[in-house]
Design a protein around this ligand. Sequence first.
Ligand SMILES: Cc1cc2nc3c(=O)[nH]c(=O)nc-3n(C[C@H](O)[C@H](O)[C@H](O)COP(=O)(O)OP(=O)(O)OC[C@H]3O[C@@H](n4cnc5c(N)ncnc54)[C@H](O)[C@@H]3O)c2cc1C
Ligand code: FES
Length: 285
Amino acid sequence: MNKDKRNSIKVVDCQVLAHYQFEAGQYILTLSSEVIANQTKPGQFVHISVSDILPMRRPISIMSVDKDNATFDLLYKVVGEGTRQLSERKIGDVISVIGPIGNGFEMTENKRPLLIGGGVGMPPMIAIAQSIKHTEYDPFAILGSEVPFPFVEKMANNGKNYQGATHTMPELEEWGIECRLASLQAYQGVFTGYVTDLAKVYLDGLSADERAQVEIYACGPHPMLNVVAILAKEYGLPCQVSLEENMACAVGGCAGCVVEVQTDSGPAMKRVCVDGPVFNAHLIF
Ligand SMILES: Cc1cc2nc3c(=O)[nH]c(=O)nc-3n(C[C@H](O)[C@H](O)[C@H](O)COP(=O)(O)OP(=O)(O)OC[C@H]3O[C@@H](n4cnc5c(N)ncnc54)[C@H](O)[C@@H]3O)c2cc1C
Ligand code: FES
């Protein structure tokens, strides 16, 4: 771990304040923690104890924070035993959480962040959106899902139609962040196609000057990130991606999460938990 990161990761006991279930085994969990609410950067995650039975924690991205009320939200999908046990946590339960962990996204001088989140890769994009709301940035967010979205989509106030994409996530609309949704499932108001197809529609609608201000930020399954990296290369755009590798310790000790990254001195193995989870897409894919 970098010296400047020492003592920045805390073990905290968080109380469950809300736990909502959505379709397809998706959950939004609200936990109390002043430290995590105040110290989290977009793209960071927590390593959460899912129950008293399973010793191995699970990594989940921090989706949003509420500094006034000292809380933070996670969005997760049940995919195995760990997330299933997490879904049984009740309001009032106290959960041990390690966090905030990892190097988050770097917001640069490129003023048009294009946020692309697929499935449970949506939370880090929502975290970026929250961090740049009401700033000089002019972002566009694309959220993709092949199961019903874990929120009730609504028509975007600006009425813009991107080849059938008219609906948005209400919270992003409240934050003044333009957002459209994509899916192969032909949901109403949602772009029918991949998130990267909708990204092309958005990019092609910009002038050359506007396009030169775009930087792509993405999180989602590896095949999606691979196509995002190709798209970024095609349009000559910088691109940061957050990887979701399996993790054991999540604090840099076990090397169980390494990926190959291109560096100036050749390929190097980097730990996703503490060297990432955010990397320059062009050095990974
Ligand atoms: C940085 C990061 C951020 C993430 N953010 C999110 C998010 O915001 N939302 C979300 O839904 N998902 C997120 N994920 C993915 C999430 O961590 C996995 O879906 C979750 O760990 C699955 O756990 P599971 O036990 O339900 O599934 P499983 O597939 O059963 O287990 C997950 C991993 O744990 C291992 N494992 C399970 N049990 C044992 C055991 N007894 N001994 C040893 N190994 C075991 C498995 O081999 C597997 O590698 C994120 C992952 C990373 C790395
Ligand atoms: S999970 Fe142990 S080093 Fe990353």
